[in-house]
Design a protein around this ligand. Structure first.
Ligand code: 5RP
Length: 238
């Protein structure tokens, strides 16, 4: 690409995903694979390298139905986190994010997969986040709402508690299906927008104390390498 050409967002995402795979994925790794339009090009790149015989011995764990289907398409060997071959430990997870702040804290769950994404990320020795530069923000959850996975019976009570904390709370509605989004785990999602900056590292633990909350989309406990795709075709690594 020439420098005066500008990449569109889809290309930036794909480039960030492919670069993370090229730099980080090694033969024989136990690999967590993320969800969303930036993570999926990383998954397909793993598949391509396996098909070309450039990568071998990969054991993958998928973070969602979407990722499972992409792995199946490419013949990437899939396991659960509980499988004997994985034994609850991964070498590396590559995933997307909805927002990344200067401390590399993230919001995830725009694609509704935050629960498995967090279990898999926190079971990984190292973690890489792939984004385009539109995801970089000063403070999390002021622009992009924080997704919180809640059991359906706690929809109203959890929403009231979150509203009393000064947040704007919306039940995520499905597209092309009447009613709420139902997650891969049979729960619903509350999308929570804060009016003032909050400390994600404190809230990550506190929000999970609200009865009925299964998990929230703040990811602060495992510092990731962040691969950022820019419109000039460069990928910055932080
Ligand atoms: C899914 C996620 C995604 O990684 C996040 O929503 C980013 O998605 P995209 O790369 O499509 O912008 O957390 O639950």
């Amino acid at each position: 690409m020439r420098y005066d050409e500008v990449m569109d967002q889809k290309e930036m995402k794909a480039l960030a995903g492919r670069t993370a795979v090229e730099r980080l994925v090694k033969n024989g790794m136990k690999l967590g694979l993320g969800t969303g339009s930036t993570a999926i090009p990383a998954v397909s790149h793993v598949g391509l390298l396996i098909q070309q015989g450039k990568l071998s011995g990969i054991k993958a764990v998928a973070t969602s139905f979407q990722t499972t289907m992409e792995c199946e398409k490419w013949g990437i060997p899939l396991y659960t986190l509980n499988a004997k071959e994985i034994d609850g430990k991964l070498d590396l997870t590559i995933d997307g994010a909805d927002e990344v702040d200067p401390r590399k804290f993230c919001i995830k769950g725009g694609g509704g997969a935050l629960l498995l994404e967090k279990i898999i990320a926190y079971a990984s020795a190292s973690y890489a986040i792939v984004v385009d530069d539109s995801k970089l923000v000063e403070h999390l959850a002021l622009k992009f709402p924080l997704p919180i996975e809640v059991i359906p019976a706690a929809r109203v009570t959890a929403a009231k508690t979150l509203s009393s904390m000064g947040a704007e709370v919306t039940v995520r509605e499905a597209l092309r299906k009447a009613g709420p989004v139902i997650t891969d785990n049979g729960n619903i999602l509350l999308d929570v927008l804060f009016k003032e900056p909050v400390d994600p590292s404190i809230l990550e633990a506190e929000l999970n104390c609200i009865p009925g909350v299964v998990e929230n989309g703040f990811f602060t406990r495992l510092p990731p390498s962040v691969f950022i795709g820019h419109s000039d075709g460069s990928v910055e690594i932080r």
